[in-house]
Design a protein around this ligand. Structure first.
Ligand code: DX5
Ligand code: ZN
Length: 229
């Protein structure tokens, strides 16, 4: 039996860091992947944007499968696309280990969760800042992870929205009430200053892009994010 900490996280839940390669040097992606590996980064966060669900376009399947070919890192795919259901299978085949889609997308939520589960990869749902915590409650028993966006999705380098801390707390409390040790991921504006807020509210997987890639010592910066404070 594990003890429940005061923020509702179980003792055996370690903080993990997922590095968003949106801030990586695209012309030297392999080098960047090696840098993540050498820095003790737990996952590689792969942001997919279709220019419709969010006002930006990033990268997709061929790049994911190229990365999958050169690393054993956990590939954490964040789909910011209008119809994720249509692409679940292909992302799984291209190397995704976790597939996150948005509750606000046009695909049916239950069908998309089922489709991700069928591929055997980890299943996650994400909510944009305007979507309340309550919207994810009914799906908690069906997913491995919830991603709480702490900026408006679409771009790296934005400022952390402090109002989202309470949303993390509500979702962690609900998961605990249901007896679930759901992973709670946060994404957007995460650095050494903002990380303590989300961790104490119950988040355990921190996505970070600009903070990690801009730091002179990525390993040290990742350790700072993982600290228990
Ligand atoms: C934003 C993306 C994030 C982004 C985070 O839509 O989902 O993953 O790259 O970047 P930072 O850490 O710079 O806010
Ligand atoms: Zn992301």
């Amino acid at each position: 039996m594990y003890r429940i900490q005061k923020n509702g996280r179980s003792d055996n839940m370690k903080n993990l860091v997922s590095a968003s390669i949106l801030s990586a040097d695209m012309l030297n992606l392999e080098k960047e992947v090696r840098r993540l590996e050498a820095s003790g980064i737990d996952m590689l966060h792969f942001d997919v944007m279709d220019g419709v669900f969010v006002p930006n376009i990033s990268y997709g399947l061929p790049i994911l499968s190229a990365i999958d070919g050169i690393t054993d890192m956990t590939l954490d795919v964040h789909l910011m696309i209008t119809d994720p259901l249509k692409y679940v299978k292909r992302f799984a085949e291209s190397g995704a280990d976790i597939i996150t889609f948005h509750l606000e997308s046009e695909s049916d939520t239950a069908d998309t969760i089922r489709a991700i589960r069928e591929t055997g990869v980890k299943t996650a749902i994400s909510v944009k800042p305007a979507t309340p915590a309550e919207a994810v409650y009914e799906y908690l028993p069906l997913v491995d992870m919830v991603l709480v966006m702490t900026v408006e999705p679409g771009f790296g380098g934005q400022s952390f929205m402090h109002d989202m801390v309470e949303k993390v707390r509500l979702i962690r409390n609900k998961a605990t009430e249901l007896g679930l040790s759901t992973d709670i991921q946060v994404d957007g504006g995460i650095d050494s200053e903002t990380a303590p807020f989300v961790k104490s509210a119950g988040a355990n997987i921190l996505v970070s892009g600009s903070y990690l890639f801009k730091s002179a010592d990525m390993k040290k910066s990742a350790e700072k994010l993982k600290e228990n404070n």
